[in-house]
Write a protein of this length. Structure first.
Length: 260
């Protein structure tokens, strides 16, 4: 196995997204089946059924599942309880024998190889996209070895204790603890965040031949704006827009593989 761990957190609500994302990486990432992969879940805050675990195992037989119990995550005050599973992303910073940890969200779709960005990310940085060197979108991170230790992990979990009621869960915590990020091209985390509903139907979303991962970010309502959360692709009809059609194409391929 390679020395970079692929990891995400998951509950039953996001299983469709996880299956399609994992399938899409299997399709496009060079030597994907040589990477270890772990799924974090929690019987208390983010249940993942045995049935859904087995679906993932059909795609990646060597996948490892870890049931996380942490009272800090369970008891933390949050604005949106159904998204409490996001706290599990902090577990990615625990000490490990791996040289790097690649964290990905399950509302993503991989459409090109991402192995160069992962393998070339420096070990002394947390690498990510979508902001500045002091503020990234934490839906995708390559965490170098120097950031995989008890001290960093403890600081992350302490933020859950001290930052009060949280809306964005761990994103502002990670951005607070990590003083400087290594920026990857936004092609590795291209966020679907159109400015209006009409854009969802007609706009090309800026996807190019260089786009590697599409991210349906924005699960929460915008503060101070009368705007609903951006829907996930599995919450839309197949023909809703050009990207929903693309996501469903991958879903059909994935179902053919696990039902074969």
């Amino acid at each position: 196995m390679k020395n970079t761990l692929f990891i995400t957190h998951l509950d039953d609500k996001f299983i469709d997204g996880a299956l399609v994302m994992i399938y899409s990486m299997k399709k496009h990432v060079k030597d994907f089946m040589k990477y270890p992969i772990k799924i974090l879940h929690s019987s208390v805050i983010s249940e993942l059924s045995t049935e859904n675990q087995e679906k993932i195992r059909k795609l990646v037989p060597h996948v490892e599942f870890e049931d996380i119990y942490n009272e800090v995550y369970i008891n933390a005050p949050v604005q949106y309880p159904k998204h409490r599973v996001a706290f599990l992303s902090l577990e990615c910073f625990r000490p490990t024998t791996y040289e790097k940890v690649f964290f990905f969200d399950c509302d993503m779709l991989c459409i090109n190889d991402i192995s160069d960005g992962i393998e070339n990310a420096p070990n002394d940085f947390v690498s990510g996209c979508g902001g500045s060197t002091s503020d990234i979108n934490c839906g995708l991170m390559v965490i170098g070895k120097e950031w995989l230790n008890e001290d960093v992990y403890d600081k992350m979990v302490d933020c859950v204790r001290t930052m009060g009621v949280t809306r964005l869960f761990t994103q502002h915590m990670i951005n607070y603890v990590v003083p400087e990020f290594n920026l990857l091209s936004d092609d590795y985390n291209w966020k679907v965040a159109p400015s209006s509903e009409s854009d969802r139907l007609t706009h090309g979303y800026g996807i190019t031949d260089d786009t590697k991962i599409i991210h349906w970010a924005g699960a929460l309502p915008n503060t101070g704006e009368d705007r609903k959360p951006n829907p996930k692709p599995w919450e839309e009809n197949e023909d809703s827009n050009v990207l929903s059609k693309l996501w469903y194409k991958y879903k059909k391929e994935m179902l053919e593989e696990i039902n074969d």
